[in-house]
Design a protein around this ligand. Structure first.
Ligand SMILES: NC(=O)c1ccc[n+]([C@@H]2O[C@H](COP(=O)([O-])OP(=O)(O)OC[C@H]3O[C@@H](n4cnc5c(N)ncnc54)[C@H](O)[C@@H]3O)[C@@H](O)[C@H]2O)c1
Length: 392
């Protein structure tokens, strides 16, 4: 058993604001709770909804002073940048089609940005944000929550150390059941299945992008080409709700991804299996504290977060002793722990090391959006192989 770590904690709290996350929404409140776990930043401003009444109601409930509750994100970016005690970073948790303009507005005003995935709906916009942030010397994170789990970070380190040899094949899936029928009264579903708000894809954009990011993070593999078939299983749906994707990686390894929102019996079944020349590794989001490692003919090992010795890059994100389950809040909190630590260093003029950047960045965000674009392109052409650009 190992002790919970608080070595990353520093006393100075950063100030943050939020766009989206109003009363009745899903992920904004998860972000606020995750950020509060480490007492590293406090909520000081918000434009929580397109409805100002909702922003006022949400802000009051959260203790944000009324003068810092804004009718529009543009006002918020401008006004916060003028204040001596203005926010150090903004968290964007609105529907996909609004991410780009909101992120751009805050970066232009010199404010660091955390944006939920997919970072934009057009990959070229993600690249524009990347160069704007670079030009302004600002730091951005894209909250691919699942890479925050300590066992995902440990899997990455194990693979990099050669524990399973050279990667031959990756099999990843993300089944859910919540859109298996026509949905009429679900706010979260309404914009996801509407091309005007969600972009060119529903299922691949919403959850296939998590598979792409998780595999990329754990294995370091780069996609060379892909062949995708996107399905609309529920009658009348304009966007995909199920998809099967074959991958060729630049290393010569192969992959197969499946994501679905019509898979009866599946809650949130993100899972990945990496097959190497000497063994394999597998991890499931619904049992995130465990990693299954097979090395040749040796007995199968179930590695446990909190019990087994983890690589340094993973161990510092463990909060609780073994047998005390950690979950989704902690995974998201780990992204913030690394990000806020990096912003603090940046604000003090300290250069960031690679280990400081232990969170998904804008380039990872670009890869996710490009992945969606290429999957849609492949499927529309009749499930043909399409090249994945290098994007440097
Ligand atoms: N990282 C993850 O695991 C994860 C999980 C769920 C959702 N997401 C992402 O988070 C984002 C939000 O998803 P959700 O399910 O919370 O959506 P939601 O519909 O529940 O909430 C969206 C919120 O944004 C507000 N909003 C919309 N436009 C606005 C604007 N211009 N100004 C201010 N507020 C505005 C809405 O009023 C609402 O409060 C999406 O991009 C989604 O892909 C990520």
């Amino acid at each position: 058993m190992i002790e919970a770590s608080n070595s990353l904690k520093e006393s100075v709290k950063l100030r943050y604001g939020m766009v989206g996350g109003g009363s009745g929404s899903f992920i904004g409140d998860v972000h606020r709770r995750a950020i509060s776990l480490d007492h590293q930043a406090e909520l000081c401003a918000g434009c929580f909804s397109r409805s100002f009444a909702n922003t006022l109601e949400t802000g009051k409930a959260l203790g944000v002073p009324e003068p810092r509750l804004y009718e529009s994100y543009l006002d918020m970016a401008k006004e916060e940048s003028k204040r001596e005690d203005g926010i150090n970073f903004v968290v964007i948790v609105t529907p996909n089609n609004s991410h780009y303009s909101i992120a751009k507005a805050f970066l232009e005003q010199g404010i660091n940005v955390v944006c939920d995935k997919p970072v934009t709906t057009d990959p070229d916009d993600a690249l524009k944000l990347e160069s704007l942030a670079k030009e302004k010397g600002l730091l951005c994170a894209v909250t691919y929550t699942y890479t925050g789990y300590p066992m995902v970070k440990h899997a990455k380190e194990l693979i990099a150390s050669g524990a399973i040899g050279e990667i031959r094949f990756v099999n990843a899936e993300y089944p859910q059941e919540w859109l298996a029928e026509t949905v009429t009264d679900n706010k979260q579903a309404a914009w996801r299945i509407d091309p005007a708000q969600s972009g060119i894809s529903n299922c691949v954009g919403d959850i296939g992008s998590h598979i792409e990011n998780l595999v990329s993070c754990i294995t370091g593999l780069e996609i060379d080409s892909l062949c995708a078939r996107l399905d609309k299983m529920v009658k009348g749906r304009q966007l995909d709700d199920n998809a099967t994707i074959m991958i060729n990686y630049t290393s010569g390894a192969k992959g197969l991804y499946w994501c679905s929102q019509v898979a009866w019996g599946a809650d949130n079944g993100l899972a990945v299996r990496v097959i190497g020349s000497k063994g394999s590794l597998s991890w499931k989001q619904e049992a995130p504290d465990y990693l299954t490692l097979v090395q040749g003919h040796n007995a199968v090992q179930i590695l446990s977060r909190g019990r087994d010795k983890l690589a340094d890059g993973a161990a510092k994100f463990v909060r609780l002793p073994s047998g005390h389950p950690e979950g989704y809040f902690e995974a998201l909190a780990n992204i913030y722990l690394a990000y806020i630590g990096a912003v603090k260093k940046l604000m003090q003029g300290i250069s960031l090391t690679e280990s400081d950047k232990n969170f998904p960045q804008l380039h990872d965000g670009w890869k996710g959006v490009e992945f969606v674009r290429r999957c849609v392109e492949s499927s529309e052409k009749g499930a043909v192989w399409v090249q994945f650009p290098v994007g440097e």
